[in-house]
Design a protein. Structure first.
Length: 306
């Protein structure tokens, strides 16, 4: 079965994100290891790191990943911005390593000049430099497939394949697929045919062995819109069927699916450790789909129908 989880706030300290995940019954977790809208964050507090790792171990939540700062652009040709982006990315890897995370989810980048192929090489070169700066570590970079707004890269599976190829097939390179982004970028997973073609294409170009997690989000905009607008599970242009297909797909059993849907207004209060009703709604929607599969699997053959 897919492991159901969510992105949780680290307000009040990174260990509070684990507490919030436990309250929601999460089996997997995503966090920001620092403020996602700033280049530099304060160092991680050693005591908080220890509490975080202990809470993760005690809870059984796995995997845990971080999402990199939105400011980072590994595809830029602007020297100053490129230097800042690579430094910030190395810092994200350092934080993930300290916290014992599987890896760092990152949008590949935005092409600021030249061709897409040139920009894909720049992304790979930046990641290679980051890996070289920390050669003995195993923390992964998890390239997130994007919706394709503007000149953002990563909206085609060919982009992800090219980056990984430029990295020499590094075992530290993985992929995160977002259900909203798939549909927005033109991969229609809302039909049986489109779903099958999408993942056959991904397997052919990238390889299912590179897939490490899903972001589970519905989409406010229709297929091919190339607009990244998340909606609550089942309430957007995807509906429930694509999520049910993922739950039924044996190829993905054991992988996490993490929601990034809108939270209530109380979601970032530092001292609040309480269930968010919107998170509960979306997590429950996924659990109901998974439970339906379990019930079908466990039912006696005579009760399963034709």
């Amino acid at each position: 079965m897919l492991r159901i989880g969510a992105h949780m706030s680290v307000a009040g300290g990174v260990s509070k994100a684990v507490d919030r995940a436990v309250i929601h019954g999460c089996e997997a977790l995503q966090i920001f290891a620092k403020n996602a809208n700033r280049w530099v964050g304060p160092p991680l507090d050693a005591a908080e790191v220890k509490r975080f790792r202990a809470r993760v171990d005690d809870s059984g939540i796995t995997p845990v990943v971080s999402h990199a700062s939105y400011l980072i652009n590994l595809a830029t040709t602007t020297p100053a911005l490129r230097q800042m982006s690579i430094a910030a990315f190395v810092d994200e890897l350092d934080r993930a390593h300290a916290l014992g995370l599987l890896g760092v989810v990152i949008h590949p980048g935005t092409c600021t000049a030249g061709t897409e192929n040139d920009a894909l090489r720049l992304i790979a070169d930046a990641v290679r430099r980051a890996f070289s700066a920390r050669p003995r570590r195993k923390t992964m970079v998890l390239f997130e497939h994007t919706a394709g707004q503007g000149r953002t890269l990563g909206y085609r599976f060919e982009h992800l394949a090219a980056i990984i190829e430029h990295l020499g097939g590094s075992p530290r390179a993985g992929v995160c697929l977002d259900t909203c982004h798939l549909v927005a970028s033109g991969y229609d997973i809302t039909t049986d045919t489109g779903y099958n073609e999408t993942f056959a294409g991904f397997d052919r170009l990238v390889g299912l062995d590179r897939l490490r997690l899903f972001h589970g989000n519905d989409s406010k905009r229709p297929c091919g819109s190339r607009v990244d607008r998340h909606e609550h599970i089942g309430a957007g242009c995807l509906g429930l069927e694509p999520f049910a297909r993922l739950m039924h797909d044996v190829r993905f059993h054991g992988l996490p699916i993490l929601i990034e849907t809108q939270k209530s207004n109380d979601g970032n209060k530092p001292n609040l450790i309480a269930a968010d009703p919107l998170d509960e709604k979306n997590l429950d929607a996924l659990r109901q789909l998974r439970d339906a599969l379990r019930q079908l699997r466990d039912a006696p053959l005579s009760h399963r129908g034709p």
